[in-house]
Structure formats: structure tokens, C-alpha cells
Write a protein that binds this ligand. Structure first.
Ligand SMILES: NC(=O)c1ccc[n+]([C@@H]2O[C@H](COP(=O)([O-])OP(=O)(O)OC[C@H]3O[C@@H](n4cnc5c(N)ncnc54)[C@H](O)[C@@H]3O)[C@@H](O)[C@H]2O)c1
Length: 354
């Protein structure tokens, strides 16, 4: 198949991990006879430096025309002045809004080799296999903001339509898994959460084969640490999801391991590792590329419909996790390049065997 893939390397370790992802996509294209074209565009701090805009017009146009988007990471101390007129993260928010990608999907599986690095005891993390779906284009991050000398406000607003579409995404996904949805809110305090809960209950009636449970966000924060293996699909609003997914990510043993996809818009999905630009290790070849490579597997599956190719990449990552020398965050001393090479070799072996 033909596919046009926009690559947004961004800042810090973003370019290092994005190039690992592109290497895997090139190899898959060659091995399975696809024609993927890659075009690189600026986003975040890099785009501010070069164009004075964290999401320049050329990047916007390319994203709107793409079949899929692979992103590294944005941000860093160079652009972190709170009084700066533009910030790298604005590029991300603007891109999500532009593409209408309202569902951020973050799978979390604990590989046995990383279990020792998880802050939780192995008996607590055994069997963890969950997916977070975070609403991504509504809520408090996009509401009206006011600021005077002695007060500030951030409006949190959700419409029924915004809740419905992300809820359906969660139920559809649960149907392909263990058929359980946990909807997280703060319905004992917030009006938006009471609306969230009533829409979740109404949508659940269309999915009688899927169990729905409601969970308050504060107790969810505790249960994620005490019984994470009990969850299957967890769906929540933008800010709660932002916080809970970061909490969940440490269970995996390293931030560098977890992928994500932002989906649901009329056009391309956006695929990126969940970690940031890691300025402390940028340029040192220490970045773990596996979160980005697993994001590439999601890109192949969700945007291009290439499930055999996605399975091949995931199996290759599993093999390297099992047998390979890993990067420092996972207790090894391999470079980003060496881990990427090991995944490419494993992909080749898996494709050969298939
Ligand atoms: N989606 C994004 O682009 C995104 C997400 C989160 C943070 N950020 C930005 O990134 C910058 C740094 O943020 P932070 O330090 O809070 O979070 P971070 O994820 O960049 O780093 C946190 C810690 O994890 C380590 N780490 C992260 N990714 C790793 C990888 N692939 N391999 C090995 N180690 C890895 C880092 O070295 C650091 O010690 C900030 O400007 C922040 O705003 C961007």
C-alpha cells in the first residue's frame, strides 16, 4: 500500500526516537512491499526557533494531508519561561485540535523483564494489561481562561457530543478485549462529571455485552497502585487522564517503554511515545526508542490497517525485551541505535518466519 507519513521530530530526544521509528517503518515497507513516503516538519521549540510558531503553516498543511503522523516529543528548558509569548506545548494542543483527534489511547502492559523496575511489588503488577482512553480536545485545557492581578480562572466545559464519541470509542475497544469499561470522573463534586457519568450510563445500554463501572478519580489514583490488574479499558476526561496516565506509566518500569495514539478525527492519527523531550539525556544516545517503536506498531494497525506488520513489530520488541541488551533506563548499557538495530534484526527474523 501507499502511505504518506509526516514525521515531527520536535525537541530533545524527539529526533533520536523519531528516527528509530522511521527506520522500523522503512524496514517494514521494504519487507512487506509497501510504498511509504516520509516528510519531516517542525513542531514545538524547534519550530519556535526556526519560524516563531510552535505549529507553523507548513506543518499544519502537511498534517492535514497525511495518512499518519509520527511525533517525537516537544519542550525543554530553553522554551520554559512562563512569560514567553509562545510555548512548545501550544504546538501539540493546536495540532490535536486541528486534526480533531479526541481519543488518546495509551496501552499499558508490563513486560516481565521490566517488572523488577516497577515501583510496585511484582505480585501487584502481574497480569497488568489495560488501556487508557483520555478525552483529548475538550475540558479545562481548552476552556476560557481569565487572569487578573489577584485571581485566575480556567473553565471546564464538556458537551454531550464530546463525551458520547469518546465513550463509544472506549466501548468499541472493550468489545475487542476483556469487555469491561471503567469510567473515571468526580461526579460527587463537578457538574461536568455528573454529565460525563450520565452519558456513560446511557451509552453503556448500547453495549449490553460490556460491563461498565464508575470510579471517582481520587479512588482511581489509589486503585491503579493497589490493584492495576483488575482494569481493562479506562476512559476519562482530559485533565484526569493526563494525570492518571502519567501515574500508570511508571508501573511499566520506564517512561521510555510506553506508546500512544491520538485518534478519532476525520484525517490522520498522531502516534508518539508518552515520554517528553528528556533534556537530561538528549544527544547522548541514551534514549530508549521502544515507546516510539511500539507507537509505530499502533500507526501500522490503526491508521494503515496493517495488522500483520503491526504484530511483527510488537513481536520484535517483545523479543528484544526478552533477550536483548537494553538502554540504561531498563538496566542495560545499549545505545538508542543499538536497540533500534536489534529491533530491526528481530523484525527481519519474525517476517522471515511468518
Ligand atoms: N508529548 C510531549 O512532547 C511531552 C510530554 C511530556 C513532557 N514534555 C516536555 O518534555 C520536557 C521534559 O519533561 P519531563 O522531564 O517532565 O519528562 P520526560 O518524559 O521528558 O523525562 C522524565 C524522565 O524520564 C526519562 N526519560 C524520558 N523518556 C525517556 C526515554 N525514551 N528513554 C530513557 N529515559 C527517558 C528522562 O531522562 C527523565 O529523567 C518538558 O519541556 C515537558 O513539557 C513533552
Amino acid at each position: 500500500m501507499k502511505a504518506s507519513i509526516v514525521v515531527l521530530p520536535g525537541d530533545g530526544i524527539g529526533p533520536e526516537v523519531a528516527s528509530a521509528g522511521v527506520a522500523v517503518l522503512r524496514q517494514i515497507a521494504e519487507r512487506f512491499g509497501h510504498d511509504f513516503t516520509f516528510t519531516e516538519h517542525a513542531i514545538g521549540g524547534d519550530a519556535i526557533d526556526r519560524f516563531g510558531d510552535p505549529l507553523p503553516p507548513a506543518t499544519r498543511e502537511a498534517c492535514l494531508a497525511a495518512d499518519a503522523i509520527l511525533l517525537g516529543a516537544v519542550g525543554g528548558p530553553k522554551w520554559s519561561d512562563p512569560n514567553a509569548p509562545v510555548r512548545p506545548e501550544q504546538g501539540l494542543l493546536a495540532m490535536r485540535k486541528l486534526l480533531g483527534v479526541f481519543a488518546n489511547v495509551r496501552p499499558l502492559k508490563l513486560h516481565p523483564r521490566a517488572a523488577a523496575l516497577s515501583p510496585l511489588k511484582p505480585e501487584r503488577t502481574k497480569g497488568v494489561d489495560l488501556v487508557f482512553i483520555r478525552e483529548l480536545t475538550g475540558g479545562i485545557y481548552f476552556g476560557a481562561k481569565t487572569r487578573t492581578d489577584d485571581a485566575a480562572t480556567d473553565e471546564c466545559r464538556y458537551t454531550v457530543g464530546e463525551i458520547e464519541r469518546v465513550m463509544r470509542h472506549a466501548f468499541d475497544l472493550a468489545r475487542t478485549r476483556r469487555k469491561k469499561v471503567t469510567s473515571v470522573d468526580k461526579a460527587n463534586v463537578l457538574e461536568t462529571s455528573r454529565l460525563w457519568r450520565s452519558v456513560a450510563t446511557r451509552i453503556a445500554a448500547d453495549y449490553p455485552d460490556v460491563e461498565l463501572e464508575h470510579q471517582l478519580v481520587d479512588s482511581m489514583a489509589m486503585h491503579l497502585l493497589t490493584r492495576p490488574a483488575d482494569y481493562d479499558v479506562i476512559v476519562t476526561e482530559n485533565m484526569f487522564g493526563d494525570i492518571l496516565t502519567d501515574e500508570a506509566s511508571v508501573l511499566a518500569g520506564s517512561l521510555g517503554l510506553s506508546p500512544s495514539a491520538s485518534l478519532g478525527g476525520p484525517g490522520a492519527g498522531v502516534y508518539e511515545p508518552i515520554h517528553g523531550s528528556a533534556p537530561d539525556i538528549a544527544g547522548k544516545a541514551l534514549a530508549n526508542p521502544l515507546g516510539t517503536i511500539l507507537s509505530v506498531a499502533m500507526l501500522l494497525r490503526h491508521s494503515l490497517g496493517l495488522s500483520t506488520e503491526a504484530d511483527t513489530v510488537e513481536a520484535a520488541v517483545d523479543y528484544v525485551m526478552e533477550n536483548g541488551n537494553l538502554t540504561r533506563d531498563l538496566g542495560g548499557d545499549a545505545t538508542t541505535h543499538a536497540v533500534t538495530r536489534a529491533v530491526l534484526d528481530a523484525c527481519e527474523a519474525k517476517a522471515e518466519a511468518a
